[in-house]
Design a protein around this ligand. Structure first.
Ligand code: FE
Length: 249
């Protein structure tokens, strides 16, 4: 339902997923007949095929079940959940983290505070709260490259980076980042020289990491605001590096 691009889209996505599953339970062979119905148009204006493509996975169904339960028990309201997801997906994203990085690059005293007590220094810029209570910043240097993972699940610093990308939550990344970090980095297009040490940091609910990437070559004259635009999400996880100025895609 990416074409909706809205809160309503997410809610309908989950609702469709539940309806799709219910339909399959009622008619176990429905999945086999779906292709012949591919040209059908639903009341919502989506083709039958689109709806079936969107019926995902167990994960969406589990989310729907949990969401329904929380709402039913009066623990949350549906629109509160939508607001949280929307805020972390669209408003926050990784832009807050990028501002922290740009400030550290341009203000050495701020950087000292950031390296000493990241939680407090990040909060100075107004970024704090759930999933960011205990932050540590690790700095990439000419001799050290840092990579962040959560081997157990998907711990991630929401106030600075928003919601984690799907690959960060995948079993492959979570295991291989530890076993073969250089190999994983190569797959991200990051080639770390042999003489550079790779440090892998395992995020937990107690401690979440933000990588301070190396400032791009040729960026000496850029302002803090212009620098912030250059900072990518992946560079703050350690799964990316920032190209020299002029090489940006
Ligand atoms: Fe986790």
């Amino acid at each position: 339902m990416a074409d909706d691009g809205s809160v309503i889209g997410r809610r309908r996505f989950l609702s469709d997923a539940a309806l799709g599953a219910a339909g399959m339970m009622a008619a176990p062979d429905a999945g086999g007949t779906a292709p012949s119905q591919a040209s059908g148009q639903s009341a919502a204006g989506h083709t039958h095929a689109e709806e079936h493509q969107a019926v995902p996975s167990d994960v969406a169904l589990r989310v729907k079940a949990l969401e329904s339960l929380l709402i039913e028990k009066g623990m949350v309201k549906g629109d509160q959940l939508d607001e949280i997801v929307q805020t972390y997906q669209a408003t926050i994203g990784p832009r807050n983290g990028a501002r922290v990085v740009a400030r550290a690059w341009t203000d050495p005293v701020y950087k000292q505070r950031l390296m000493r007590d990241a939680t407090a220094a990040i909060a100075e810029l107004g970024y704090s709260g759930a999933q960011g209570e205990h932050m540590v910043v690790v700095e990439n240097t000419p001799t050290v490259h840092n990579l962040v993972v959560c081997t157990l699940c998907s711990c991630y610093p929401w106030p600075t980076l928003g919601l984690p990308p799907a690959w960060y939550k995948s079993a492959g990344y979570r295991s291989r980042a530890v076993i073969d970090p250089r190999g994983v980095l190569r797959e991200f297009g990051v080639h770390v020289a042999d003489e550079v040490e790779v440090r892998v940091w395992d995020s937990t609910a107690e401690l979440r990491y933000l990588v301070l990437p190396k400032r791009p070559a040729g960026s000496e004259r850029l302002s803090e605001a212009d620098l912030a635009v250059l900072v990518t999400r992946d560079s703050m996880i350690g799964a990316g590096v920032l190209p020299p100025i002029g090489d940006q895609k």
